[in-house]
Design a binder for this molecule. Sequence first.
Ligand code: GTP
Ligand code: MG
Length: 682
Amino acid sequence: MAEFTTEQIRNLAVLGHTGAGKSSLLEALLFQGKAITQKGRVDKGTNHADFTAQEKDHRHSLEPSFLNLDVDNHHINFIDTPGLPDFFGRALLPLPGVETVLLVINATTGIETITQRAFEAARAQGKVVLIAVNHIDGNADSLPRLLDDIQTKFGHRCLPVNLPNAALDDVIDCYLHPQPQLQGDALFHDIASARDELVDTVLEEDDDLMALYLEQGESLNPEQLHAPLEAALRMGHLVPVCFTSAETQVGIAALLECIIKLCPNPLEANPPQFLKGEGDSALPVDVTQGADDHVLAHVFRVGIDPFFGRMGVFRVHQGTINLGMKLFIGDGRKPFKVTNLFKLQGDKQLSVTSAVPGDICAVSKVDELSVGAVLHDSHDEDEFRLPALTLPQPIFGLAVSAKRRGDEQKIAEVLNKLVVEDPSLQIAKNEAEGQTILQGQGDLHLQIALEKAHDMFNVDMDTDVPAVAYRETITAAATARYRHKKQSGGSGQFGEVELTVEPLPRGAGFEFISKVVGGSVPSQYIPAVEKGIKEAMSGGALAGYPMQDVRVSLLDGKHHSVDSKEIAFVMAGKKAFLDAVHQAQAVILEPIVEMQVRVAQEHVGDITGDISANRGIICGTQALGNSKVEVEVEAPLATVDDYSTRLKSMTGGDGQFSMAFSRYDIVPESVQRELMAAAKRE
Ligand SMILES: Nc1nc2c(ncn2[C@@H]2O[C@H](COP(=O)(O)OP(=O)(O)OP(=O)(O)O)[C@@H](O)[C@H]2O)c(=O)[nH]1
Ligand SMILES: [Mg+2]
């Protein structure tokens, strides 16, 4: 691999909706740059970005993958990402490592869910966006409308830097080679006016150059325009649009030229804002990107291989990492030695001896690596970190358990590995039900994770719809007295308590107060009474669900000088509590969630009808533009725990939703009867 400087590097994450042709486009770019002599195909499982067995099997990218290209004295790092909506969290992971997002749009299907979300995420993080309208072969008629659509949704500064010709067998440059009169007619739009729009937009960044242009009618060349162009890209004032076909190779050479000549090198983009320290006292610190300064690198992807251990892919932000040097991870005291250093090329690891600022490299066999870890070579940078990425909240869960007895520990380890690789997965515990719940973006997200656990780590899990975490409480106050007395041969057991139960506000939990006077319950036995009450609370009174929001006041009791002992007061506390609860109009509580559902206008009726039919309420609707509507909903979790699947079938896979816990509410009587009957049967 050739040596290169920071200025020669370009880093691009390729994002876009599934099927846009991201992986195929990368194959076409590698072929164009002569890194490969034959183009592989996604449908044959032979392309370089989708190299895992799972990806070949599913014919979709499922994890970020890395490809690089040395061409025309430049070193380009590409990161391919999955475009399936369930994997959007994985697609976001590489953003902190790149300057540019190459947003690929399918000319056949237009702007889709992930196109929109990827554009918003890229701009929110200050990334330069370059759009490639792909699949132009066979889509001549839809291209003018699509360009309009792009400008409506992503801003009128999305300007074509080239346009397809009428025969759709080439694209005509509008910016880098300013000779429009020699280049023939475009399929639509006009080369000269496209060029004027671009130049005008770029000149808005530089008043002096604008004045020169207006006053003297100077024709400006791309070199003069370079600095204001980079400013326009950085600020999001300009989003260049290219046209490509990964299938026919049309527009690929032009796209490669745009990547080299328009996309910023690491020194030209918005620098990442590192922070020093935690919380409110964290201070922003600027990186120098100097090759001779202290090393500062950021891990944004971790892969775990059962044989080769943990691999971390990182972006160097400052200093030069050399093979053999020692690096610290975060505020860890013990450094690790860089015994291997490589660049990833699909499934291949290409060894290198150093990594300059701006480059993306990897190390393996370092167990402490995690996404977000900062690598550095001096304790001066111990507290440096990048703000954590905001990943989509998990909205779908599956209770998982070991298929084979004795695999429980192994399962816990494998689940942890899956989450280290993909932080948009989470593990939650439902203590009351004793369930481990794997949470993610949807059923496919979890199925692919479980498939990986099977294929890579040889672990099989049973899955179940997670149990809804019902609770019990009381709605009235009541008092009860109970005497626990046992005479069995030798020493007996004696304890008697009187207590009152009262409802507390929702979410208040449990309170225990002793109002005992005169030692009727000796002070050493009062904790035993509380213990008995807590045991009773965890087992519930109606259908076995834990109780909450109850205050218990211990009023009085009796003891016996010989037979009173701890166990007797535990039993008396438990029984007195349950007797009181049965008079205190106990009820079952269920979790209520609030949801935002985003769907196309034509699906709003189906969505609201379905929610109303399932004990939910519609809190509001809001038009989002682009004929999408956001519906605000509250519903019992029990009726929407399969919502991912339901929404998919109601909207043909196009709807999105987010869900968050709101509060506990009392279930309707009919539901309470069902839950009690089910508890009796068990
Ligand atoms: N006709 C035509 N087909 C294309 C083009 N680009 C990609 N395809 C085909 O479209 C299908 C999807 O392409 P991919 O490259 O897998 O799309 P992707 O964006 O990587 O999809 P995900 O990995 O699921 O996110 C494949 O069958 C490709 O052969 C194109 O420009 N023209
Ligand atoms: Mg792909």
